[in-house]
Design a protein around this ligand. Structure first.
Ligand code: XIL
Length: 363
């Protein structure tokens, strides 16, 4: 599998470990040993460990940069590849933030996940207002979507190992989400998007991506049925991205392993793409312990199936988290605190990777 091989290639020990929260420690990274980081520990389970990257923090915050490069073998632009950022005015592209991230990833021997080509959020104003005032009709919108996908995927051709082609297209009950795309184009926008993306970069693995699809439920079953149908029609859909935005006040989703296994059985990849585990503030020891357990359970589920090839957290520090801005009263969702000090969730992931490496050693 492509990314399994890449994981080996990137984690061959060349990474200088500036371990998070232990600034004095700068020993060369070794899997399992002193100075190990998540990316080096993941070498034996043969898994890419990723983080979402905040473009401004990457530019301005040196400890943040050190954390991104030392801990992770995969990066995802938190916002920099979204449509409103890359095409703020119609026909005029701004790739600058995304290009800087891709360049950073090269320098640090990291892979890049592409996020995201078709979504109902963070669309440029020219597009939403054009649809609203009728100046962009259905045929025009389809052409605009085709151009967007083709131009963006081509721009990053060869740089992206997995693209989130469509994001959040189903509701919780498994019916298609009511969005500008569905209203104007009908559900065929989904297969069109995958075909156009594949034409532009045939080597990138193309993913569906959504939240609340960790376990077996109506929404994840809708993805399963859609993937099966599209693949039977020859549409190039190769993976399911499971965001993994959890909240400790809800139970851990059931049947995560069964869910991953059924996509495996279809011959598809899976990936955890945006993990964070939020809690009602203030954090305390019990909440942090529960959070650590949730991170670990997602990791264990991923490691247990062949097709789960990448495991990405949605930022690695509480210093730059979307959670407090989005979910009022909640936060502390990441694996290190505002000062990049490792939380129990970090240790849980490291322990999980060590355990997986020991198991791999027995075979
Ligand atoms: C979020 C970013 O983290 C925020 O900075 C931004 O303001 C809104 O989007 N699902 C997704 C991600 O697929 O793109 C979202 O990212 C979080 C939910």
């Amino acid at each position: 599998m492509l990314s399994r091989r890449l994981a080996l290639a990137v984690a061959t020990g060349a990474v200088a470990a500036l371990a998070l929260g232990t600034a004095a420690q700068a020993a060369p990274a070794r899997h399992g040993g002193h100075g190990a980081t998540l990316r080096t520990l993941a070498e034996r389970p043969d898994l890419l460990i990723g983080t979402a990257v905040d473009a401004s923090a990457l530019a301005a915050d040196a400890p943040y940069r050190a954390g991104v490069s030392s801990e992770f073998s995969s990066v995802t632009a938190e916002n920099a590849m979204k449509w409103e950022v890359v095409e703020p005015a119609r026909g005029s592209y701004d790739w600058s933030q995304a290009d800087r991230l891709v360049e950073f990833a090269h320098r640090h021997h990291q892979e890049v996940r592409g996020h995201t080509l078709v979504w109902h959020n963070q669309l440029p104003a020219w597009l939403t207002s054009g649809v609203a005032d009728g100046s962009i009709d259905a045929a025009g919108l389809r052409a605009v979507l085709r151009k967007h996908i083709t131009d963006e995927v081509r721009h990053f051709k060869g740089e992206i190992y997995q693209w989130d082609v469509v994001n959040e297209v189903f509701d919780e009950d498994g019916t298609y989400r009511d969005s500008l795309w569905l209203r104007e184009l009908g559900p065929s926008y989904i297969s069109d998007a995958f075909r156009w993306a594949h034409e532009a970069d045939p080597k990138a693995k193309l993913f569906l991506n959504d939240y609340n699809v960790e376990g077996v439920n109506a929404k994840s079953t809708a993805y399963y049925e859609l993937a099966k149908k599209l693949r039977a029609q020859g549409v190039p859909v190769q993976g399911l991205g499971i965001q993994g935005h959890l909240d400790i006040q809800y139970g851990f989703p059931g049947d995560v392993g069964d869910n991953l296994a059924r996509f495996d059985a279809l011959g598809m990849q899976t990936a955890f793409t945006e993990i964070d585990v939020r809690m009602t503030l203030p954090a305390d020891e019990a909440k942090l312990a529960r959070q650590a357990q949730d991170y670990r359970r997602l990791l264990d589920a991923c490691v247990a199936v062949r097709g789960c090839t990448s495991f990405t957290v949605w930022g690695f520090s509480d210093k730059y988290s979307w959670v407090p801005d989005t979910f009022s009263g909640q936060g502390a969702a990441n694996i290190t605190d505002e000062n990049f000090v490792r939380k129990p969730a970090y240790t849980a992931l490291a322990d999980g990777l060590r355990a997986a490496a020991r198991r791999a050693g027995r075979h």
